[in-house]
Design a protein around this ligand. Structure first.
Ligand code: SF4
Ligand code: SF4
Length: 366
């Protein structure tokens, strides 16, 4: 079993501080190896890396490989458009950026309560249906970040949808806030093809507390910790693709191995592991960066949260963290400059209380 799709949200970089500085030499190698190992599915979006992701997909994949050996999924930022006609304008731009006339999968990006209202207002589902009828998209759907009730309502109103992309991982499976299990069950009930995003929760499930790691190593001492998260998502019957962001060859090789389904005994251990992780993670941020571009104060929210989590895991190592913190502050505003407007929170798929967390970060480091 291997359901890995190559996610283009995070790509290898030349400059660690610049997500747009794509390391094309490495990316080309990774794309080639992914295809050689039997992978076919690539996922991007209009907004990923400020548009650089779609362009990178054209350069590394479309211009270097025959069209019939891969599938491309991309997403329309329907929450940005101001008219039905604008959907077509953005779509044409995406065709140019990606260098293709037809997408294998075309999704409305990031439906939640607010964005679904906009999607209905601007007739974006009609736009999807017309794309499919015109042969410009083979399958249509949406990526989703809200509760199971709304998902059920959308899928009931729009049976034309082929695909639903949701966030599922073993940490969020029984989470009261993210309700991943219920989301999966709703999508399965409507008989949709399910694509999983964030199976490793932005890398958070690749590095877990030592006692949790020991629990998993008892079963499979030679397997990476990240592979458990990928096996969990891949083991769900109705899941067609598990999207993984990769930025090294080592990760790529690890993710392209054949995986056994998770056994019921292993599942019970994963539940215990999830409990341990929850009690050890100060801020469950995935680093998706959906929040920061909306911040009027230019605060590097996920970077501050990452350094805070490191500090919480190793409180004796403040001396190591503080210089990194000061370095971030040279380019971005400090956490204490937050004005509490909550623009960030409205855009956080993890529904984090960012304003309060920033206060904690400021208190720890300033
Ligand atoms: S609440 Fe603070 S961090 Fe969030 S967008 Fe506003 S200023 Fe930025
Ligand atoms: S705070 Fe939320 S939106 Fe921002 S990077 Fe973390 S998970 Fe993503």
């Amino acid at each position: 079993m291997n359901k890995t799709g190559f996610g283009f949200l995070r790509l290898p970089r030349i400059d660690a501080n610049d997500e747009k500085s794509v390391d094309y030499q490495l990316l080309d190698q990774m794309v080639d190896t992914f295809l050689e190992k039997g992978g076919t599915y690539f996922d991007t979006a209009y907004t990923y890396l400020g548009g650089v992701s779609e362009e990178a997909l054209r350069k590394s994949l479309v211009e270097r490989h025959p069209r019939n050996v891969f599938q491309i999924a991309t997403k329309l930022p329907g929450y940005k458009v101001k008219s039905y006609e604008e959907c077509w304008t953005l779509f044409e731009e995406q065709q140019q950026r990606c260098g293709v006339s037809c997408f294998d999968v075309y999704l409305l990006h990031w439906l939640n309560d607010k964005n679904y209202t906009l999607a209905e207002q601007y007739d974006e589902f009609r736009f999807l249906r017309e794309l499919k009828a015109a042969g410009k998209a083979k399958e249509i759907g949406f990526s989703y970040h809200d509760g199971p009730e709304l998902l059920d309502r959308i899928l009931t109103a729009h049976p034309e949808v082929d695909i639903v992309q949701i966030q599922v991982n073993y940490l969020d499976w029984n989470s009261e806030a993210l309700r991943a299990k219920e989301l999966y069950e709703v999508a399965a009930k409507h008989n949709k093809k399910i694509i999983i995003m964030e199976p490793v929760k932005g890398g958070n499930l690749a590095k877990i507390p030592e006692n949790a790691e020991q629990l998993l190593k008892q079963f499979r001492p030679d397997e990476s910790i990240a592979s458990w998260a990928i096996r969990f998502a891949s083991s769900l019957d109705q899941v067609a693709i598990v999207l993984i962001g990769m930025n090294s060859m080592e990760q790529l090789h690890d993710n392209m191995r054949e995986l056994d389904p998770v056994t019921s005994k292993e599942l019970r251990s994963l539940e215990k592991v999830a409990e341990i992780i929850r009690s050890n993670t100060a801020i469950p941020c995935t680093g998706c960066n959906y929040c920061a571009p909306n911040c009027p104060m230019h605060i590097a929210i996920p970077r501050y949260f990452a350094i805070f989590n490191d500090y919480k895991r190793n409180p004796d190592e403040m001396w190591k963290m503080k210089p990194v913190y000061m370095e971030i502050k040279k380019t971005f505003s400090s956490p204490s400059s937050c004005i509490g407007c909550q623009n960030c929170e409205r855009n956080c798929p993890q529904k984090l209380g960012i304003v309060e967390y920033l206060k904690e970060v400021a208190q720890a480091f300033e």
